[in-house]
Ligand binder design. Structure first.
Ligand SMILES: Cc1cc2nc3c(=O)[nH]c(=O)nc-3n(C[C@H](O)[C@H](O)[C@H](O)COP(=O)(O)O)c2cc1C
Length: 179
């Protein structure tokens, strides 16, 4: 089995999650090749049997545009593969907020809907937020969010990355892909 794990990232946590997925998949005996690479790098999608695609959640509860564009462009090729998806976010569980469902599985819905053939397995995995590393634009956007939703003037440091959960995601994807 040849597997590609491809993702985009802004601050690096999705790259870390993708690397952990790759690490776990390499543990299976029938893996000939596990490649972890960023969207936009040079790779031959048609060479892989299984493809896992990941994105962080950004403004307006969206995955990155580069990821949407990649899936849309490769829709036909992806329909012939066993595909898994994941998003990296802080609101893993989701909530109901003033008449609207937000976060959690809501993040996966639009992503999954991009595919001609539905992906096998998808999950929301925890990310990281480092206030001191944010671009001015991102800081402004998050400050607005924390003011509006939390009534706070500070962007907190948040860490919800969880390697055992990521490994579990990878192992389940492998199991479902080999059914
Ligand atoms: C401008 C901005 C908006 C974000 N919006 C959301 C959001 O709507 N929901 C959420 O759960 N996380 C949100 N996050 C948190 C990111 O999803 C999280 O920090 C993720 O780990 C970032 O991934 P990266 O390090 O791969 O870029 C936001 C982060 C930034 C900077």
């Amino acid at each position: 089995m040849r597997t590609l794990i491809t993702y985009d990232t802004v601050y690096g946590s999705t790259a870390q999650v993708a690397a952990w997925i790759g690490e776990r998949l390499e543990g299976f005996n029938d893996m000939e090749d596990v490649t972890v690479t960023r969207i936009g790098e040079d790779f031959d999608l048609s060479a892989y049997d299984m493809v896992i695609i990941g994105s962080p959640i950004y403004r307006n509860d969206q995955i990155l545009e580069s990821v949407t564009a990649f899936v849309t462009k490769n829709k036909d090729v992806l329909a012939e593969k066993k595909v898994g998806i994941f998003v990296v976010a802080l609101d893993i569980g989701g909530a109901y907020y003033f008449g609207r469902f937000t976060g959690g599985l809501e993040y996966l819905k639009e992503f999954a809907a991009l595919f001609a053939k539905p992906p096998i397995y998808g999950k929301v995995l925890g990310g990281e937020q480092i206030p001191t590393r944010l671009s001015a634009e991102d800081r402004e956007s998050l400050l607005n969010f924390y003011r509006r939703v939390m009534g706070s003037d500070e962007i907190p440091y948040r860490y919800s990355m969880d390697k055992p959960k990521v490994w579990e995601y990878a192992a389940r994807f492998y199991k479902y892909a080999n059914r």
